[in-house]
Design a protein around this ligand. Structure first.
Ligand SMILES: NC(=O)c1ccc[n+]([C@@H]2O[C@H](COP(=O)([O-])OP(=O)(O)OC[C@H]3O[C@@H](n4cnc5c(N)ncnc54)[C@H](OP(=O)(O)O)[C@@H]3O)[C@@H](O)[C@H]2O)c1
Length: 276
């Protein structure tokens, strides 16, 4: 897929949340790259950046062909902390630049009252500086819905190119998708498989069966056809390969509408209302 700043971003990406640090993570990342993923999504708070970096190195992949994302965690919001957090992520990953760096969660009014927007803007200014210094190619947001995205859009010197949000059948995020589309922001789907819970959904299973694919493949294909970039996570080689094999079939408009109609369900936190 293409970002609004001209960079390519490989789809799907490979998720690493809850992938245990150490051999399991190293092996998962190596297996993902062997399977054809070139886009790896990690975060400081996952505690596995060293292992992600080791997996990248062991894969022997050319750095210029990889797309690596990390995120600044909530305890490091603000200008100076964000710069330090980025340095730490680079060092832990063993890289000299990142392809994409995200504010992991917005500071919100629940926790920070009237200061929330100013804190988010301070964090954003640090990310803009990283782009200016050419140690970061693309700046982005995560868990920003319109309430917190609009102040960033109004004040940014460098516009965000990505917003990474919870997205899957049952959570269509219509307003956020519309705002992103209007501003050329690519939406990435976290928990695209509903953390695995959607795999038993009978509506999804029936559509998957009609195409001779797995429920995971049907859901990931649904994401692609909505122009959203999915980030499936697995530590199992067979699933890692399965989750990237999603380009050989197309869901009909009717099947897309059926998946769109799955009742609302959320597996993670709502960023507008949590207090962390
Ligand atoms: N920005 C954010 O705030 C945020 C929040 C959450 C996640 N994320 C990112 O998004 C990525 C994906 O989200 P997620 O990890 O929460 O959930 P997910 O990718 O929707 O689901 C992962 C779960 O599904 C299982 N699974 C994977 N492939 C499967 C398959 N083909 N068939 C059946 N089960 C399968 C995995 O188990 P096994 O591993 O045992 O195979 C794991 O339990 C994360 O890893 C992370 O990189 C970002």
């Amino acid at each position: 897929m293409k970002l609004s700043n001209g960079y390519d971003i490989p789809s799907p990406g490979f998720g690493t949340y809850k992938t245990p640090d150490g051999e399991v993570c190293i092996e998962a990342v190596r297996t993902a790259i062997e399977a054809g993923y070139t886009h790896i999504d990690t975060a400081a708070v996952y505690g596995n950046e060293r292992s992600v970096g080791e997996g990248l190195r062991q894969s022997g992949a050319d750095r210029s062909k990889l797309f690596i994302t990390s995120k600044v965690w909530n305890t490091n919001r603000g200008y100076d902390n964000t710069l330090r957090s980025f340095e730490q992520s680079l060092s832990d990953l063993g890289l000299d630049y990142l392809d994409l760096f995200l504010i992991h969660w917005p500071a919100n009014r629940q926790q920070f009252g009237d200061r929330a927007d100013a804190i988010n803007l301070d964090t954003w200014r640090a990310i803009e500086r990283l782009v200016d210094e050419k140690v970061l190619r693309s700046p982005g947001l995560s868990n920003f819905y319109p309430l917190y995205m609009e102040p960033i859009l109004a004040n940014a010197n460098i516009a965000p190119v990505v917003d990474q949000i919870e997205f899957h059948p049952g959570l269509l995020q219509t307003e956020t998708l519309a705002l992103c589309k209007a501003n050329g922001i690519l939406v990435e789907a976290w928990s695209p498989l509903g953390r695995g819970h959607l795999m038993d959904n009978p509506v999804i299973c029936k559509i998957a069966e009609a195409h001779g694919v797995t429920p995971a493949q049907a859901v990931l294909r649904w994401c692609l056809q909505k122009d959203v970039l999915p980030l499936p996570k697995s530590v199992h080689a067979d699933r890692i390969r399965e989750n990237i094999d999603i380009f050989g079939f197309t869901l009909s408009d009717e099947e897309m509408a059926t998946l769109d109609a799955i009742p609302e369900v959320r597996y993670g936190s709502n960023p507008d209302t949590i207090a962390y």
